[in-house]
Design a protein around this ligand. Structure first.
Ligand SMILES: [Fe+2]
Ligand SMILES: [Fe+2]
Length: 186
């Protein structure tokens, strides 16, 4: 592999940076594959649930798919918890940052805020404020985020649905949009 001549960036030439740019474009093209590979590894995180994070992600995305959500939203739902492994304290922002170059402002906002909206279902059991989402009540995507959590996210922890959802995720639609849409939007 050809490499640059510099050891400090300030000494790099135009040719060096053109070379790096070429490599970077190829690397960007592989983003979707890397994300999917990472998602596939979410099989051993967050103990205590009846299903793994990967299964939860597949269930939530399949619910979005069945509700005729846009392809973008189905993919975003599939990836909404990818921050769990490396950013457990702000996993929503992590996932939103990964998605940001590829999705609409609406989708980005829903994914970025879903952690706070999910608090509605459990925070009061832990002495927290389940209504933290209320501070966004006047936001144009507030209802969309409520619906994301109610219909897809909080509802997708059911081990009895495993077979059904695995079958669904083998559909050409979902696998196709995963492998095609992200690179196409770069
Ligand atoms: Fe989440
Ligand atoms: Fe989730």
């Amino acid at each position: 592999m050809t490499t640059v001549n510099f050891t400090e960036m300030k000494n790099g030439s135009k040719e060096d940076y053109l070379l790096l740019d070429e490599y970077e474009q190829k690397y960007i093209d592989g983003t979707a594959d890397r994300i999917l590979k990472f998602l596939g590894g979410l099989n051993s995180t967050l103990e205590g649930y009846k299903i793994t994070r990967l299964e939860h992600s597949l269930q939530a995305a399949t619910r979005a798919l069945n509700d005729k959500a846009s392809e973008e939203m189905v993919v975003a739902t599939l990836l909404h918890d990818i921050g769990d492994e490396l950013a457990p304290l702000n996993h929503s922002e992590y996932a939103a940052a990964v998605l940001k170059p590829f999705v609409s402002g609406r989708t980005h906002w829903i994914i970025e805020k879903h952690g706070e909206f999910q608090m509605y279902y459990f925070a009061h059991h832990l002495g927290g404020n389940r209504n933290q989402r209320d501070k966004y009540k006047d936001h144009k995507y507030y209802v969309d985020a409520v619906n994301f959590c109610e219909n897809w996210d909080q509802a997708s922890f059911d081990p009895r649905s495993r077979q059904c959802f695995y079958h669904q995720t083998k559909s050409p639609y979902l696998s196709g949009c995963l492998s095609v849409i992200l690179p196409a939007l770069i």
